[in-house]
Design a protein around this ligand. Structure first.
Ligand SMILES: NC(=O)c1ccc[n+]([C@@H]2O[C@H](COP(=O)([O-])OP(=O)(O)OC[C@H]3O[C@@H](n4cnc5c(N)ncnc54)[C@H](O)[C@@H]3O)[C@@H](O)[C@H]2O)c1
Length: 328
């Protein structure tokens, strides 16, 4: 889709990835970007700089995907929708009914409103959680649904409701299966990336960074601006429907991640190993080829540069706010 001059609704646009999607969209010759968010996790601070752009506004009547008439009003005259709003993994684990409401019923509301408003393209934030632990590496989009979590179940459901709506009503777009997203504005609640913030806290305090288990758990870390760009590529692409991995295709163990953080910060401390706690997935790496071929998306930020940007943001954020960014 040619997004020049178009009006795009970004649902969940005040969150970690959403706020970066808004920024990436504003780099384009876009008509208008409307942020729709209920701020249960997103923040005004995340979107403060984007709102200074006259092409960007917050839908201020409301922002909940469970309020269908308000959602419907926000979608009026929009050309495309990027849907990122969801409850996160641990919340889905603790509160499956709430997760059902937001991630499944909420997704259905978004699909229904898209059809009612003739939305030309929808980009849905799915997750690598649909795969669970890797049975084959790298995981292609054909990898089995080896998921055992309720969060993953909600994402599989979202993907398949979208597929059925594409088939039934011709609603076009893609589902993006993000690997492990990190970067500025992340908090301490990212199930796999919180370790970065905790390690940095320890380094600040002069105590050894803690790694749980043997540190061999490995993930495909991808920088948040790259993920945001993948959303823009997915809007611009012509593919009528599909599922795509958004990752780098590079596996990094938690042990290597901790070592890299120690190196970047110039710390001489040694990693302290403690017994493994609860982990949902211990091995994950996505094949990025299909996204490059069909969406024209290629990651740009390597792990070391991305972590440096995260560290700079964290430092600046703590100077302004005096404490760590912890909402729990
Ligand atoms: N961060 C990751 O590593 C990762 C990995 C895979 C998939 N995802 C998916 O990407 C999307 C964005 O993730 P994120 O990390 O930016 O999370 P986030 O929690 O920072 O962003 C989600 C946003 O949705 C909003 N929201 C929640 N419930 C809502 C509702 N009922 N109505 C309207 N808004 C609501 C929140 O306030 C928040 O701003 C989510 O769908 C998530 O499941 C994230």
């Amino acid at each position: 889709m040619d997004i020049r001059g178009k009006r795009i609704l970004v649902i969940g646009g005040a969150g970690l990835i959403g706020s970066h999607v808004v920024e990436e969209l504003l780099k384009e010759d876009i008509g208008e970007v409307i942020i729709y968010d209920n701020f249960c996790r997103g923040t005004h601070e995340n979107i403060e700089s984007s709102l200074k752009d006259s092409r960007c506004r917050l839908f201020d009547i409301g922002g909940d995907i469970l309020q269908t008439d308000i959602l419907e009003a926000a979608m009026k005259n929009a050309d495309a929708v990027v849907h990122l709003a969801a409850l996160w993994l641990l919340q889905c684990y603790e509160f499956p009914r709430a997760a059902f409401d937001v991630n499944i019923r909420g997704m259905f509301n978004v699909l229904e409103a898209c059809v009612a408003n003739n939305i030309k393209r929808l980009v849905f934030s799915s997750s690598a959680s649909v795969y669970g632990d890797a049975l084959e590496e790298p995981m292609t989009e054909q990898h089995a649904y080896n998921n055992w979590t309720f969060y993953g179940a909600t994402k599989i459901s979202g993907e398949h409701m979208f597929k059925a709506f594409h088939n039934r009503y011709g609603l076009e777009g893609v589902c993006l299966r993000y690997m492990n997203v990190y970067g500025p504005r992340q908090d301490y609640r990212g199930t796999y990336i919180a370790v970065m913030m905790k390690i940095l806290d320890n380094i600040d305090k002069g105590i050894p960074p803690v790694v749980y288990g043997d540190g061999s758990q490995s993930y495909d870390f991808i920088y948040v601006s790259d993920v945001a760009r993948a959303n823009v590529c997915a809007l611009q692409a012509e593919v009528p429907f599909g599922f795509y991995n958004v990752g780098r295709g590079i596996k990094t163990s938690i042990k290597d991640l901790a070592a890299l953080l120690l190196k970047i910060t110039g710390s001489k401390m040694k990693i302290q190993y403690e017994p493994a706690g609860q982990t949902f997935v211990t091995n994950r790496v996505g094949d990025p080829e299909a996204a490059e071929r069909d969406l024209g998306f290629k990651w740009e930020t390597d792990l070391e540069s991305g972590l440096k940007k995260l560290i700079d943001w964290r430092k600046e954020h703590m100077q302004h706010h005096g404490s760590r960014r912890d909402f729990s």
